[in-house]
Design a protein. Structure first.
Length: 493
RNA sequence: GGCCCCAUCGUCUAGUGGUUAGGACAGCGGGUUUUCAUCCCGCUAACUCGGGUUCGAUUCCCGAUGGGGUCACCA
């Protein structure tokens, strides 16, 4: 598809405007990535702005955590908090006068009005509308108050909000880069509150005022904003400002395909995926190809590739399932591309506290192609240094008691005799024994595997034994013998 | 429920007014192998339905159905 048309004089400025009210969601990172890539592609700027106008839900420390997680994903912003820029400050609570001024300007232009309705009255009103099965909307009770009355009530210090005066029955249109033109009738738009009674703006006022002030050219945000975009369009028109270009990014659906991705169906925070041991570059790659495909259909690509190839117009308009299988595959691809040094470094935070120092170097080659997530390192390596559970049933699964005991006894005597316990000596001796006795390979080696690790799926047997060391191998083989001779079903050694 | 958006294998996606509808993940089978994993090979699997338009629709239009979003002094 052709590139989104950008006239040469247009400076592409995109933004991401998180609200510090909770955890930063993977969907936010995915949307941020698109804003970032589009700005970079066109040599523009990507702005980070903090929308902290909800004083009640404000979470202390959230701004810092959001900034940190963005960086941990390997992304960054050109203007914003901790960076500054020509439109500073980039935190809405530090820009209050501009919203108040803007709201008053709209009142003066008769595009907005003061409203003194109590929240109780509003709630009653909504209740009645719901009961009557009509869409809840403000009943415009204060819309036609006379100026004298307004002034009188303001003078008494009565609490108020400022609402948008939405025109009756006119078409409200805007262009969405992904979907084309979208049109709704103004009658379905509520007389939205613009300035709250605490003097803070609502999202709708603040976002329009700031996007205009910060010269944002393209607004790429989640699809959930489509339905409030008409309000914003009306605001741009009321101010007499030029409309930016919108692109509403489809939402992520739960891995089970039902509903918007939510906490109730599993992890959603951007941080939690990092904590699970998905690599940030793998996560970004996953976000790139969810709902968008490169012309040549390549799926594994770098950020630089993406910046070069990405065009918001090519984003699929449908909501996409957050496919954990695909993520796991991508993560594995990236994991296997890592150099041993890099992998070792990235594994450090995931090592259990009792992980023996020095063990990682030995096991790295044994686990690197078995890791799906960095977090798997603990489980993949625990039998090397922690007690294992021997299961009698498992030991006897492929053969009878007499044969198994004979195999263990002979194996023990061969391994005990070894003065040098290396991959070469262990492998040669055990293979010779197996071949001399003509034991079934899969049965015999599985027996040793289970006896020595307690598991049926492990790295290659001889390598594993060498890492364990002669002492531990002999000890575990003897324990296996004992458990078979007794008849107790399980034992921890 | 009102309004808005969307519709190709289970999932993500390519694609065209005439194609054996392509790829990737997952699944299944096989090869390599002492297990698992990696790697290699192969297989299964899709144009939601109904009307139009057309010589011909998966593709264009309308409708239905289904899915999603949204209806706060939250963002």
């Amino acid at each position: 598809m052709s590139d989104t048309v950008i006239s040469p004089s247009t400076v592409v400025r995109t933004r991401m405007a998180p609200s510090p009210t909770g955890e930063y969601h993977v969907g936010h990172i995915a949307t941020l990535l698109k804003n970032y890539a589009f700005a970079k592609k066109h040599g523009g700027q990507f702005v980070l702005r903090i929308e902290d106008t909800d004083r009640e839900r404000l979470v202390p420390g959230a701004v810092e955590r959001i900034m940190q997680v963005i960086k941990d994903y390997g992304l960054d912003w050109d203007e914003g908090p901790a960076k500054g820029g020509p439109h500073a400050p980039y935190v809405q609570s530090e820009r209050l006068p501009s919203y108040q001024k803007a709201a008053e300007e709209l009142v003066a232009k008769n595009k907005a009005y003061y409203c003194f309705c109590s929240s109780e009255r509003l709630e009653q009103n909504r209740e009645a509308q719901r009961a009557a099965k009509i869409p809840p909307k403000y009943d415009r009770h204060c819309r036609d108050l006379t100026q004298t009355e307004v002034e009188k009530r303001l003078a008494t210090g009565e609490s108020y909000v400022i609402r948008l005066k939405v025109p009756d029955n006119v078409p409200v249109k805007f262009t969405d880069l992904i979907r084309g033109e979208i049109e709704v009738n103004s009658d379905v738009v509520d007389d939205q509150v613009l300035l709250k009674s605490d003097g803070f703006p609502t999202y709708h006022l603040a976002v329009v005022v700031d996007d205009h002030a910060m010269e944002i050219s393209h607004i790429m945000r989640g699809e959930e904003w489509i339905s409030s975009t008409p309000k914003h369009v009306l605001l741009y028109q009321a101010f007499g400002w030029k409309l930016p270009i919108f692109a509403h990014i489809p939402v992520f659906l739960n891995p089970d395909g039902r509903g918007k991705m939510s906490k109730r169906k599993g992890a959603v925070s951007a941080r939690s995926f990092l904590d699970d041991g998905y690599l940030p570059e793998a996560l970004l790659n996953f976000f790139m190809i969810l709902g968008w495909a490169r012309a040549d259909q390549t799926e594994i690509m770098t950020l630089a590739d993406y910046v070069r190839e990405f065009d918001p117009q090519d984003i699929s308009a449908k909501s996409v399932v957050f496919d954990l299988n695909k993520l796991a595959w991508i993560n594995g691809m990236y994991l296997r591309q890592l150099s041993p040094t890099d992998l070792k470094h990235r594994l450090q935070p995931f090592l259990p506290a009792d992980f023996p120092s020095g063990l990682l170097d030995q096991v790295l080659p044994l686990i690197s192609e078995r890791l799906v997530k960095l977090k798997d390192v603990a489980d993949l390596t625990s039998f090397f240094y922690q007690p294992i559970e021997l299961d009698r049933e498992l030991l006897l699964k492929k053969s009878d008691l007499t044969s198994v005991l004979a195999q263990l006894t002979e194996t023990l005597s061969v391994l005990k005799a070894l003065t040098s316990f290396t991959l070469e000596t262990v492998e040669t001796k055990l293979r010779n024994l197996q071949s001399k006795r003509d034991w079934k390979k899969s049965q015999y080696f599985m027996l040793l595997r289970v006896a020595v690790t307690g598991r049926v799926a492990t790295p290659p047997l001889f390598e594993t034994m060498v890492v364990l060391g002669q002492g531990k191998v002999l000890e575990r083989l003897e324990a296996a013998q004992k458990i078979l001779e007794k008849t107790q079903s399980k034992s921890i050694i």
